[in-house]
Design a protein around this ligand. Structure first.
Ligand SMILES: CC(C)(COP(=O)(O)OP(=O)(O)OC[C@H]1O[C@@H](n2cnc3c(N)ncnc32)[C@H](O)[C@@H]1OP(=O)(O)O)[C@@H](O)C(=O)NCCC(=O)NCCS
Length: 154
């Protein structure tokens, strides 16, 4: 019987593979660019999906304040997409958020359909000032951002 996919907190030994998986999506601007040092620095935020020692998916939960966290750096290997790994990673981030006592989670995405099928709703970016005035404001696409903000109350 084939090994199942495990979703678990990221470990230091995963970082090289995490970075390799994220890299093409950072290069095409789907994901915000992060280097390996940045991933190490925020390692506690990350979960990974692993099969047979291979990192097939990555996601992170970043906390803003008492009632808001963001799912970011979400990516599933192109060879393993449409197998529910993305859903499992989102669920793991939501569970992390609940453990931390944070009941509102959002994401900025180009694939709103993926989040809408998991109970998220589209919201105005202006409803997320914590993100807009700390991160987005430094983004070159700030004035013409085409990402969709989605949010869920857990
Ligand atoms: C978005 C992403 C993480 C989804 O991961 P996944 O493991 O393929 O998703 P799941 O299998 O859990 O869910 C699949 C469902 O999500 C939706 N979905 C997933 N990818 C989609 C896409 N590219 N376009 C439209 N809908 C999509 C569909 O409803 C799909 O259901 P279906 O296969 O029955 O049509 C993955 O496509 C990915 O890594 N994309 C590139 C990186 C990226 O865009 N990251 C930013 C996301 S915020």
């Amino acid at each position: 019987m084939p090994n199942p996919i495990e979703v678990r907190p990221a470990q230091a030994q995963d970082v090289e593979q995490m970075y390799a998986l994220m890299l093409p999506f950072m290069q095409d601007n789907t994901l915000i660019s992060r280097d390996q040092d940045d991933i190490f620095e925020h390692l506690q935020e990350f979960v990974v999906a692993i099969k047979d020692g291979n990192v097939l998916g990555v996601s992170a939960l970043h906390v803003y304040d008492t009632d808001l966290a963001e799912i970011r750096s979400l990516v599933v290997s192109p060879k393993a997409q449409r197998m529910s790994i993305g859903h499992q990673l989102v669920k793991a981030c939501e569970a992390m958020s609940q453990k931390l006592g944070i009941s509102r989670v959002f994401a900025l995405t180009y694939i709103d359909k993926f989040f809408l099928s998991q109970g998220y709703t589209v919201v105005a970016k202006e409803s997320l000032p914590q993100k807009i005035w700390t991160v987005c404001v430094h983004c070159p696409k700030f004035s013409h951002c085409d990402e969709i903000a989605v949010c869920k109350n857990l």
